[in-house]
Design a protein around this ligand. Structure first.
Ligand code: HEC
Ligand code: HEC
Length: 185
């Protein structure tokens, strides 16, 4: 069955879980996966719970730039319930969301999230920690070629602004040196 785009757009604009599940039911299969775009939220346990709970009212941009401790996220959830009309999450869902939010959007370990001091530290932290915790980067061990591809992927698929050539080389050298394939964790 084909659904005219004009029918779907207002439903998507509404952005509520109800509208999305309706879209999912209407379009089915691959099209539904596209409609339920999880972009902006890194994969991991709890992503769906956060997506469906928080995206009901606002874009994930509202919170992916936050870096909060578990207690601060907990307080924020309470604020969403008390002040902004969010439904009180079930205890298990709250625990799951807090774990997800703290893992991906928790406070950095220190000023530069544990990145070694060397040329490129500041740029890597500032640019690569803007959309997700820098931990998503520092937990990787990749070859230079794979880091290069990661940077391409960030720009082409994840809405990162293209880097100036000097910055790109600086960051790539930095990542390949300190987060290279053979560097111990
Ligand atoms: C029922 C609607 C609703 C839900 C659900 C909701 N929020 Fe909010 N949220 C709001 C409103 C309203 C504001 C304040 C207005 C604004 O800044 O746009 C807000 C603001 C925010 C802010 C920025 C303001 C601040 O206090 O720092 C963050 C961060 C945030 N929400 C995170 C979340 C997270 C995380 C979730 C999911 C657990 C969530 N919200 C779920 C309605 C909601
Ligand atoms: C504009 C936002 C944005 C910026 C800036 C950004 N990323 Fe990402 N990044 C994402 C998103 C969104 C994901 C999750 C993608 C997915 O797997 O669905 C991600 C995921 C990743 C992952 C995880 C891949 C995996 O296999 O789990 C790595 C590594 C990564 N980014 C590296 C970087 C590096 C290095 C930089 C800095 C050069 C950077 N990112 C800057 C948005 C961004």
């Amino acid at each position: 069955m084909r659904i005219p785009v004009l029918v779907l757009l207002p439903l998507l604009a509404l952005g509520s879980w109800g509208a999305q599940s309706l879209v999912a039911r209407l379009t089915g299969g691959a099209a539904a996966a596209e409609a339920l775009d999880l972009a902006g939220l890194p994969p991991g346990p709890g992503r769906d719970a956060v997506y469906y709970t928080c995206r009901a009212c606002h874009s994930s941009r509202q919170f992916v730039q936050q870096r909060l401790s578990r207690d601060e996220w907990d307080a924020l959830l309470t604020e969403m319930v008390k002040k902004n009309g969010m439904a009180e999450p079930e205890p298990w869902a709250r625990t799951l969301m807090l774990a997800y939010l703290t893992t991906h959007f928790g406070p950095p370990d220190d000023e530069y999230g544990g990145l070694p001091t060397a040329p490129g530290q500041e740029e890597t932290f500032g640019i690569c920690g803007a959309c997700h915790s820098i931990r998503l980067v520092t937990q990787q061990r990749l070859t230079r070629a794979d880091w290069d591809e990661t940077l391409v992927w960030m720009v082409e698929e994840q809405e990162m602004d293209p880097l100036e050539p000097e910055d790109r080389k600086l960051i790539l050298d930095y990542l390949a040196t300190y987060y290279g394939r053979d560097v111990p964790r």
